[in-house]
Ligand binder design. Structure first.
Ligand code: PAF
Length: 289
């Protein structure tokens, strides 16, 4: 696997590949790779003949006071994992290569409205940072296909919308969340947790599954379900940003009768902010008991 830090070289390489008839898949990451990321590489391989991965801890998606300085940086280890998993090219730029202006002067890409919901409420500016860097990376790599994890459901949703709105000729593919045996969604931020907190963190997914079971049993009072779940998580030691049942097609608040749903949550446990979600489809029949 080749590692390149320069954007002109990346673009030249992928352009050459495409002119030779190769299909290029792209997996953007912030590194500190775990099995969840590696599953994205596997999916990329299924959709393309060349797999490009980026590792870039993007400063514009961290608000002041967030964990950018502590964010785990493990480039050497990541690069070994990527080579073993069969990636063809690693793009590992430094800040100046990606942002050649001061960040305050940077042109941004914003998906309006949806960027300020859910995680956007507690992390103002976060999604503008994400869509801006992903738009830039897409222009640098110029892939045919790009792969993202479904754990970051709102991020995936916004990127799909950005690609449609801005006419990027890129197919976006979401890959199912990879979980620890306890059910905890894999995340680089799980490394901030102690062993005991890691066990406790599995309660997030258990709570989502509890909500799923209630919805499938016919519970139609979505607000009550959200409130109860948040209360239980708080009682279990989490500081809850939100628990929300949304329509999966537009991320708006769901209400009785909506059937294509996603339950999303973000909750803090000690030093880590955990996010997770479950997508579900209810059958049209309403059980009023
Ligand atoms: O999901 C991530 O790791 C990041 O938000 C992404 C998509 C690589 C953009 O920095």
């Amino acid at each position: 696997m080749q590692t390149i830090k320069n954007k002109a070289k990346i673009r030249a390489t992928t352009q050459r590949w495409k002119s030779e008839g190769e299909i290029v898949a792209f997996v953007p990451t912030m590194g500190n790779l775990h099995e969840g990321h590696l599953k994205l590489i596997d999916s990329a391989r299924q959709h393309a003949s060349k797999v490009v991965v980026s590792i870039f801890v993007n400063p514009t998606q961290f608000a002041a006071g967030e964990d950018i300085d502590n964010y785990p940086r493990t480039l050497e280890q990541d690069s070994t994992l990527l080579a073993e998993r069969g990636a063809d090219l690693l793009f590992a730029p430094d800040n100046g290569e990606v942002y050649d202006t001061t960040l305050d002067d940077q042109t941004v890409v914003e998906v309006p409205g949806l960027s300020t919901l859910l995680c956007g409420q507690t992390r103002p500016g976060h999604f503008v940072g994400v869509t801006t860097v992903v738009a830039k990376l897409f222009n640098i790599v110029q892939p045919d296909v790009a792969i993202f994890g479904e754990k970051d459901f709102q991020q995936l949703f916004l990127i799909k919308k950005m690609v449609i709105d801005l006419d990027y000729p890129i197919k976006i593919i979401g890959v199912e969340t990879v979980r620890e045996p306890s059910g905890l969604a894999m995340s680089s931020r799980n490394n901030y947790l102690s062993d005991q907190q890691r066990q406790q963190a599995a309660l997030v997914y258990q709570r989502l599954q509890g909500m799923l079971a209630s919805l499938q049993a016919g519970q139609q009072d979505f607000r009550k379900l959200e409130e109860n779940a948040a209360k239980i998580l708080e009682r279990d030691g989490f500081s809850v940003d939100y628990v929300s049942i949304r329509r999966s097609k537009d991320l708006q608040e769901a209400s009785a009768g909506d059937t294509q749903l996603v339950i999303l949550t973000a909750a803090r446990l000690g030093p880590a902010r955990l996010i997770d979600n479950i997508k579900l489809e209810l059958s049209g029949t309403i059980n009023l008991s």
